[in-house]
Write a protein that binds this ligand. Sequence first.
Ligand code: FE2
Length: 368
Amino acid sequence: MNRSEFLRLGAVASGVFALGGVTRIAGRSASAQSAVPTIDRLVMTNVVDNVYDIFAKSGQLDTITVQRTGMRFGTPALMAEHGLAYHLESVRGGERREVLLDFSLTERNLFQNYKILKVDPSSADALIISHGHADHYGALPDYARLMVGKMKPNLTLYAGGEDTFCSRVLVTPGGTIDHGALDRGALEARGIRVVLAPQPTIVAGHAFTTGQIPRLTDFERPPAAGRLVAGAMNSACSPTHFATSKVEAKPGDLVADTFLGEHATVYNVKGRGLVVITSCGHAGVVNSVRQAQKAAGVDKVHAIVGGFHLAPSPDEIVARTVEAFKQIGPDYIVPAHCTGLNTIIAVHREMPRKLVLPSTGTRVVFGA
Ligand SMILES: [Fe+2]
C-alpha cells in the first residue's frame, strides 16, 4: 500500500479528527516508516465475552497489567454470552479517546455490563463493527436507539465493507443459523454516520483499522459454514458483488461467504508495538496481523487479541497458527471469544508466558 494514499484515506475517513501526533517508527526495512498514530496507553476492556470467570487472576505481568471484575452476591453481575464487545480507551499526552468495538448479541447483557464496568456508552468518540455477524452487531441497533440525543455529534461507525450490511446465515449439520442483517439505513436514521473503510483508516485519531485483509497464508480459510444471502441484482449484496469470478446465483440464494469486508482494529503503543484485535478472525488471525504490520509499517507486535475462530479447526491448523505466532513474536496473546479451547491449550503449551486468558470484565492496560 502506498503511504500517501493511507494518509489521505485516513484523513478523509476520520473526518474531524486531526492526524496530529503521527510519528515515524522503524518498520520492516530501514526506509519503512509508520503512517499511524502512536499512543501512550491503551486500556482494553472486554465488556462482553463468551466466558465470565470470577476466579481469573489479576496481576502485573512483565509489561502489562491485567485487572478483573469480581462479583458480589445480591447485586447485578456481569453477563457472558456468545458475543463480543470492547471498550477501548487510549491516551496520548493529555488527549483521551474512547472507541467502542463490536456490540455483542443482546442489549440486556451489553448495557448491563457497560453499567457495571462504569463505561458510559454516550462518551464514545467512534464506533467500529468488525463484520456482519449478529454476535458482534446484535445490540448495535439498540445502541443507536438508546443514544439518540446523547451521542457525540458526527459519531461515526467504521465498517470494513458493504457486505457488513448483508444477510448472513451459517449452514451447519445441526441446522441453519440466521444471523440476519445489520440495517445501515436505520443506524443513519438515528444519527450515526457510517463510513466504509476497505482501506486502512485512522479512527478517532488514535486507532486504525486494517482495511480488507489479503489472504496470504495457505492454511487459513473462511468458515465452511458461512453463507451470504444474495440480494437484488445491482444491490450491494447482489450475487456478483463479492465474487472475483462470475457467480450463478439468484436473489435469495446462499453464496459462500468470504468475509470480504471483515477488518481488524489496531493500536500502536509507544515503545511496545502493535495491539491487534481480530474480533472474530474469519480472515485469518495471521493474515490480520500481517495486514496490520503492513498498514502501519511497524513489525513489532505487542499483543494479538482474539477471537481467532479456530474452535472448529483441526489440530494441524491450530499447530500452524501457533507456529506463525512464534514467528511473529508477540509479547502477549489474548485468545477471546471464538478462539476455542484447542488453541488456548496449544498456546499454553508452546508459549505459556505470553498467554493472557480473557474473561468478561477483564481490563488489560498496555503502555505506560
Ligand atoms: Fe464472532
